[in-house]
Design a protein around this ligand. Sequence first.
Ligand code: NAD
Length: 252
Amino acid sequence: MGSMTGRAGVVTGAASGIGRATAIRAAQEGARVLVADLESARVGGEETVKIIRDAGGEADFQACDVSRAADHEALVAGVLDRFGSLDFAHNNAGIPGGGRLLADVEDEDFDRVIAVNLRGVFLGMKHQIRQMLRGGGGSIVNTASNAGLRGVKRLGPYTAAKHGLVGLTKNAAVEYAEDHIRVNAVAPGTIMTGFARGATPERLAQIMKPQAMQRIGEAEEVAAAVVWLLSDDASFVTGVTLPVDAGSVAGW
Ligand code: NAD
């Protein structure tokens, strides 16, 4: 028996990186997983599904854009159609945003980052919680960032979105605790995914500077924390944002 045996749920942004690693880890622990990502990321999403199925797990892909409410409704329906219940959700899809000091940020860039990284998580939780209330409970984990717990130069819109996500996580946790719904977040440091691969060596060194451990993390190291929070092993934990960041917010 794995820690997620009998559970069904959705992981957004699961065509790559942290989302893929979480979908695989949850499936290894016995979960049935709806792998969700943009239509443009279908190839990666189907690859995640194949990895899970080849290992004997159950998974399927559904395209979504997390900034659209209708897509979240469809994801909840998709999990119910395929697996019969919605027991967990990992709201993980996100986009980088930044590179500029606040006074130089274009208004449209700010709106775009907020639409995906904050509004996308709001919409996800809204529709997931509606179903979890009907189903008698569940567990949600949102992907924040260490930029959700402190300022990071040249990441203003991203930092704002991730701080908002941390606040929403706390609010959902206190609002639905008595309904047997736990809501937590993880706050990764620098992780070797598409995010980090796109950065120049100079930028990576700058981002890693606050970390106590001077190495880039692996997506699997975040997935382990996410699946622990999703599972009953964390049954007394709700409303926390767990840094998975090599000591980045601990101080430097
Ligand atoms: P990634 O680029 O590998 O994964 C992000 C995924 O989200 C992609 O598959 C992408 O297609 C998907 N996505 C983007 N916009 C979407 C949308 N509108 N609807 C649905 N899917 C969408 O990068 P990752 O590092 O795995 O990122 C996952 C999460 O981790 C993000 O929320 C990111 O902010 C967060 N994070 C990453 C790091 C890091 O260093 N990699 C650090 C802190 C936080």
